[in-house]
Design a protein around this ligand. Structure first.
Ligand SMILES: [Zn+2]
Length: 272
């Protein structure tokens, strides 16, 4: 079985603060250890569940040279390949070229504005206020699921706080296997298991998710005509999206990208 694991930091066991997720901050080294250990647990689970081709991608923008590059390399679990330094939600080569069976998300967080979502945000807490896919509110879980879905690959497992799991199941269905790493008590506080217990659950749940193929949700495809709308936090931010093919500025701080499938709509935001 061939799988890809996209990882983020905010939904990792026992992480509740930006300080744990931001390069150079006092608690970042602790955050990196927690992040690496949850990812390792997922890789062990994937191997147990029958995966023999595992590509793991760091999708957390920690800042500067640590963006998409937070794991402690020395400690990474053997038996997988790891991708560092690639822009968020954009490393699609395996989805396109390697006949993947499934996508898994580790460390996911809920969309901007979720009251009980630990470190909730969508793409950028400073520049992005809200996202809609075909008029429906969307967070990173929907956005990443739609990227995988553009290549026919289903998301079959999610780990994250309770709000992230709820958001994923609302999108992909209640049969989605998931691990709640913590229960948010607000944006910066959570009721947590000790990380060692949480990792055991991740390992077990990932293995079960891969074994129970009949429970897999369908690949998430928002439609054959996709409108990806972004409400930015302030009008100066729209400058980054001018003169891009398929992208229209529709309001003082609103941009829309239109395409026949999600990957194209997403990708053209970043092209010149
Ligand atoms: Zn992140």
């Amino acid at each position: 079985m061939r799988v890809m694991i996209w990882c983020d930091m905010e939904g990792i066991s026992a992480i509740t603060r930006w300080d744990q997720c931001t390069a150079g901050a006092a608690q970042y080294e602790e955050g990196r250890r927690l992040y690496t250990a949850d990812v390792n647990a997922a890789v062990r689970g994937a191997r147990k569940g029958g995966a023999n081709h595992i590509v793991v991608v760091d999708g957390h923008g920690a800042g500067a040279d640590h963006s998409f590059n937070s794991w402690i390399k020395e400690d990474l679990e053997p038996g997988a390949e790891y991708v560092f330094g690639h822009r968020w939600s954009s490393y699609v080569d395996p989805l396109r070229d390697e006949s993947l069976d499934a996508m898994l998300f580790v460390g996911a967080h809920s969309m901007a504005g979720t009251p009980d979502g630990v470190l909730s945000h969508t793409v950028s807490s400073l520049s992005w206020h809200a996202v809609q896919i075909n008029g429906k509110p969307a967070g990173e879980i929907a956005m990443m699921s739609a990227v995988a879905g553009s290549f026919g690959v289903p998301v079959v497992y999610v780990s994250g706080d309770r709000a992230a799991v709820r958001e994923a199941r609302a999108l992909l269905g209640d049969s989605l296997m998931a691990t709640e790493t913590k229960i948010g008590l607000g944006r910066f506080s959570a009721r947590c298991l000790p990380p060692c217990d949480s990792r055991k659950r991740i390992e077990m749940d990932v293995a079960e998710a891969l074994r129970k193929r009949d429970r897999w949700p369908a690949a998430y495809v928002p439609g054959t005509s996709v409108e990806l709308g972004v409400e930015l936090t302030s009008p100066d931010k729209v400058a980054d999206y001018r003169n891009k093919t398929g992208v229209e500025i529709t309001g003082p701080r609103n941009v829309v990208s239109r395409a026949s499938h999600y990957w194209q709509a997403w990708d053209q935001f970043w092209r010149g």
